[in-house]
Design a binder for this molecule. Structure first.
Ligand SMILES: [Zn+2]
Length: 286
C-alpha cells in the first residue's frame, strides 16, 4: 500500500513515527503550517517555523524515505493576534518555493472579523499565485462554520477544484461535495471520523475528490490512521486500485496543481548519516 498523508504535522512527531509510517507504506506527506499550541508573539517566530518546514523537517523526513512537502499560511487561530498580522506580508516569499504546494491551513477558528480578513487575503494570494488552498473547518459550530467558509471561498473567485475543505464529517460532507471543492477527512483515534465511518463515506460519495489524512499533531492523534483506512477499505470490498486512488493519486492530483510537488528520491538519499547544516538525525550512532 502506497500512502500520501495530505495533512500531518510532523514537527510535533518523533523519528519513531517516521519509521512506523515508512513501514506502513507512507512515502509522501504535506505538513500545513498551523498553531503550535504556544502562542507566537511576532512574525519572526513564523519565519523560523516556515524555514524549518522547508528545511530541517524536509531533511528529517528524507532520512526515512518520505517526501516532505508543506503548505504555508497564517493559521486561523493566530490570525486573531495583531502582533502576528505582519506575517501576511512575509508569505509571498515562501509561496514560490519548491515543496510549498498550497496556502494553508486557512479558514475559521472562532469566526471573528480578524479571521475573515486573513482568510480573504490569503485566498486572494492563492488565486494570484495559482496555488491550491487547504481550508480548516472549525471544531465548534461545524455546520455554520463550513457553510460560511464555502461562501467566502465562492466570493474569492478561486476555482473550487483548487480548494480542499478539511476536517469534514457526515454532517458537512454533502455541502462540500456540492460546492465542487475537494473533501478532506481527518481520522482521529477518539473523536471526529474513524476508519469505519470513513469507509461508509467512501461508499456514499465514491473515491473522486476525496482526501484522507491523519492530521496527527501534538494532540491525541495517530500518524498511521491513513494506513488503517486503507485496510478498512480492503476489508469492505474496495479494490487495491480504489485504495491507491484515495491514498496516493488523489493527493498527488490535488497538490500537483501547484507545480511545486516534490516526490521520489531527488531530494533525499535516505542515508541517516546525511547532514543538514552540519547536523544529522543520529545521536552518536554511526
Ligand atoms: Zn492541521
Amino acid at each position: 500500500m502506497r500512502i500520501f498523508d495530505p495533512h500531518i504535522h510532523m514537527t510535533s512527531r518523533t523519528t519513531d513515527d517516521y519509521e512506523n509510517m515508512r513501514a506502513a507504506g507512507v512515502r509522501a506527506v504535506v505538513e500545513p503550517a498551523f498553531w503550535l499550541g504556544q502562542p507566537r508573539t511576532g512574525p519572526t517566530s513564523f519565519i523560523d517555523y516556515f524555514d524549518s518546514l522547508i528545511g530541517w523537517e524536509r531533511f528529517r523526513a528524507a532520512q526515512f524515505g518520505i517526501s516532505h512537502n508543506c503548505a504555508i499560511a497564517l493559521n486561523p487561530k493566530e490570525a486573531n493576534d495583531p502582533r502576528c498580522a505582519e506575517v501576511l506580508d512575509v508569505l509571498p516569499r515562501y509561496l514560490g518555493k519548491n515543496g510549498v504546494v498550497a496556502v494553508g491551513e486557512i479558514g475559521y477558528d472562532s469566526m471573528t472579523g480578524a479571521e475573515d480578513d486573513a482568510f480573504t487575503r490569503q485566498l486572494a494570494l492563492a488565486v494570484e499565485r495559482s496555488l491550491p488552498v487547504l481550508v480548516h473547518t472549525p471544531h465548534r459550530d461545524k455546520r455554520v462554520g463550513t457553510r460560511r467558509s464555502l461562501d467566502v471561498v465562492r466570493e474569492s473567485g478561486i476555482d473550487p477544484g483548487a480548494v480542499l475543505v478539511d476536517h469534514l464529517n457526515e454532517v458537512t460532507a454533502r455541502m462540500v461535495a456540492d460546492s465542487g471543492c475537494w473533501m478532506g477527512f481527518s481520522i482521529y483515534p477518539e473523536t471526529k471520523m474513524d476508519e469505519h465511518r470513513m469507509v461508509a463515506v467512501l461508499k456514499e460519495y465514491g473515491t473522486a475528490r476525496i482526501l484522507v489524512n491523519s492530521a496527527a499533531d501534538w494532540g491525541r492523534s495517530d500518524p498511521l490512521k491513513t494506513h488503517q483506512v486503507g485496510l478498512a477499505m480492503l476489508a469492505a470490498g474496495f479494490s487495491d486500485a480504489d485504495v491507491d486512488r484515495v491514498l496516493w493519486h488523489n493527493p498527488v492530483e490535488f497538490y500537483g496543481r501547484s507545480g511545486h510537488l516534490l516526490l521520489g528520491t531527488e531530494h533525499g538519499t535516505g542515508a541517516a548519516a546525511a547532514l543538514y547544516e552540519g547536523n544529522s538525525v543520529l545521536r552518536g550512532q554511526s
